[in-house]
Design a protein around this ligand. Structure first.
Ligand SMILES: [Zn+2]
Length: 259
């Protein structure tokens, strides 16, 4: 007879994480979604979080960077949060509405794009570093565009900015580059057909190519500054690259005044 010991506790894991969203559940618990370094996106329940100020002091709030200890439960998608320690909490987001809107957009877009535990450590690092750069610099629209480009790359939607999506011709060699808003790709004049397309400026393509490589670990947002005309064009183009995965607008966009 095989006996399964119930004395073996399920494994506890400790991982750094960013709090993506949190809500009160029942009388005193909280349900919190994290983007973790080691386990991807995880949702857990913090028992007594609302009452026990001592165990979870201000750590289960969106944007905070924490060290999370949790126990995964075999039959449930909801992990059990055993402990959570604060590593870093941005201070400027509660003082600056525009920064708050940017940070909310970053988390909401990440939440939409990442399903379950598929996210690797690079996605956690991207979100952590993007929030960190936003905390120490002005809210540049280019920060959001750079974030979108990096997130597309990490989720398998990396757009090709230098070749025609259909025939592969180098876009540097053609007279005009066309964007396809419904399908999110760049086309040469030959491939644009008679579908709905519009011309994208060279300046925008060049800036986006640089943003694809810009680092969020930088000291300031200098590399993310966009001229106003470029910023508007870049925003519309990036949006089209997400068309297959996300339905816009996101709730957090109500706060953004770049609409
Ligand atoms: Zn083509």
């Amino acid at each position: 007879m095989i006996r399964v010991s119930s004395a073996i506790a399920p494994q506890e894991t400790t991982t750094p994480a960013v709090v993506v969203r949190a809500r009160v559940f029942g009388e005193s618990d909280k349900i919190v979604t994290f983007l973790t370094r080691d386990l991807g996106k995880v949702t857990g329940i913090a028992k007594g979080a609302k009452r026990s100020k001592r165990r979870f002091v201000n750590v289960l709030e969106p944007f905070t960077h924490v060290s999370l200890r949790l126990r995964q439960r075999p039959a449930s998608d909801l992990a059990f949060i055993s402990a959570c320690e604060l590593l870093d909490a941005p201070r400027s987001f509660t003082l600056d509405l525009q920064k708050f809107a940017y940070a909310s957009y970053i988390l909401e877009l990440t939440d939409r794009m990442i399903r379950g535990r598929e996210a690797g450590p690079e996605t956690y690092e991207l979100v952590r570093d993007a929030l960190g750069l936003l905390e120490r610099s002005a809210p540049e629209p280019g920060l959001l565009r750079g974030f979108e480009l990096h997130l597309l790359g990490l989720t398998g939607y990396e757009p090709s900015l230098d070749r025609c999506r259909r025939c592969g011709t180098a876009l540097a060699a053609v007279d005009a580059v066309y964007a396809q808003p419904a399908r999110g790709g760049l086309l040469c004049a030959r491939c644009r057909g008679d579908g709905r397309t519009y011309v994208i400026s060279r300046a925008t393509l060049e800036r986006l190519t640089l943003l694809q490589r810009a680092s969020f670990a930088a000291a300031d947002a200098r590399d993310f500054v966009l001229q106003p005309g470029v910023a508007a064009e870049a925003r519309a183009l990036l949006r089209s690259f997400f068309a297959a995965a996300v339905t816009f607008p996101l709730a957090s966009e109500q706060l953004l005044d770049e609409r």
